[in-house]
Structure formats: structure tokens, C-alpha cells
Ligand binder design. Sequence first.
Ligand SMILES: Nc1ncnc2c1ncn2[C@@H]1O[C@H](COP(=O)(O)OP(=O)(O)O)[C@@H](O)[C@H]1O
Ligand SMILES: [Mg+2]
Length: 232
Amino acid sequence: MLRLHGVHAYYGDSHILQGVDLVVGEGEVVALLGRNGMGKTTTISAIVGLVPPRRGSVRFGSEELVGRSPYEIARLGIGLVPQGRRLFPELTVRENLTLAMRSSGDGDGWVLDRIHEMFPILEMRSQVPAGRLSGGEQQMAAIARALLTNPRLVLLDEPSEGLAPIIVEQIGEIVSSLRDRGLSVLLVEQHLPMALAVADRCAIMSKGVIVYEGTAAELAADDDARARHLGV
Ligand SMILES: Nc1ncnc2c1ncn2[C@@H]1O[C@H](COP(=O)(O)OP(=O)(O)O)[C@@H](O)[C@H]1O
Ligand SMILES: [Mg+2]
């Protein structure tokens, strides 16, 4: 479904991604782990074209994404849930979601009714400015917004950041339910227990390259890899 091969990306002269190889299979949840500043968000940005790779390839199905605009990439079926949610705080929940539906074009797929079924709280809060929602509600709205673009692959960048443990658990359940609905997921996550609980496979990034890959069960059993690459 998604295949990064030898991806290099820069901010100006800073060479951040130094040959990233990563695969997300059809219907698979892959967790991308690693300490702060290692290049996880940059990897997501490289996939969606916000930080265009200078070398390497990003294949999505049969399409090459390198060289395409973020808009085109979204239209091909990749939904982004950015780090920090990035909702419009003064707009209502409904307005935030409606904007996503407009930009996605067609009305089928994830219509608002289905979103409200999955996230009843968002229907209850539909007239509330997004900035007034709790962190967990904002995260749900950000996920809903991505789903309304009708993606086949969802990229989530640290969805549990700043949330209470009980809410982190809920976010984990939501990620699992995306897989149950046939979506593929790339999950950047600092919360290791959640990542291990929901991911099929894990990749660990350090200094702009993938330094470990294994199933969630393998990483859970590998004390040495966790200590070396994650410090836990
Ligand atoms: N907009 C930017 N301009 C310059 N450097 C950046 C920018 N964003 C991130 N960086 C640097 O790129 C590196 C990787 O950052 P990032 O991908 O955000 O890491 P992570 O998501 O793993 O915490 C860090 O050294 C960070 O300081
Ligand atoms: Mg990040």
C-alpha cells in the first residue's frame, strides 16, 4: 500500500531523513516509534508532500508520490491527522468537519452520519468552537476530519500526546477500529504500551533512518531494542 525507499529530506541545509525505508501493507497498522527529534514528523511530511523528498521514492499503490503536491496526494487517498491536531479553534466542530468534506469533493464514503455514529461526542459538540473541546475531543475531531476525505491510508502523528491515560486507551481503540474498517494506518506514537497494543508491526527511527523493525510482539519481547532505541 505504502512503500518508502531511500527517502532523503531536508530543511534548508539540514539533512534530516537519511534514507528511510518503510512499508505499510494493506489493512495493516504500523507504529513508527522513536525519541523526540529523530525525524518521525518529517517522515509523515515527506509522505504527504509538505517536505518534498530530494531523493528516494514514496509509492502509494501504483502511484509515485514524490513530485506531487500535498493536495494531489490527499486526493489519492491519504488522510493526515497532524501532530497537535491543527483544528481551526474559532470554527465550530461542524464547520471544521464540513471544510474537510468540501475539500474531499464527493459525498460518498465517510459522510457525517457515519462520523457521528463513530464519535457521538462530536455530534453533541457540533456547535462548539473546536478550541473549547477537551484534548481527547479535539483528537477525535482531527481523526474525523481526516476520515471525511475518504482515505485508504491514515497517517496519525502522536495522537495520544497530552491526553490522560483513559483517553489514550480510547484513541487506541479508535485506531483498531480503523483497521477493522479496512484502512491502513501509519501511527507515530510516543506512548509505547498503546502502540504495542494496536500495531501489527513496529519501526523505530533514530537520526533519520529506521534502525529497528519487527512485529509488535517481537518488540514487546525485546528489552534490549527498547532500551537501546527508545530508552524504556
Ligand atoms: N521546520 C523545521 N525547520 C528546521 N528543522 C526542523 C523543522 N522541523 C523539524 N526540524 C528538525 O528536524 C529534526 C526532526 O524533527 P521531527 O521530524 O519533528 O522529529 P520527531 O517528529 O521524531 O520528534 C529535528 O532535529 C528538528 O529539530
Ligand atoms: Mg513529531
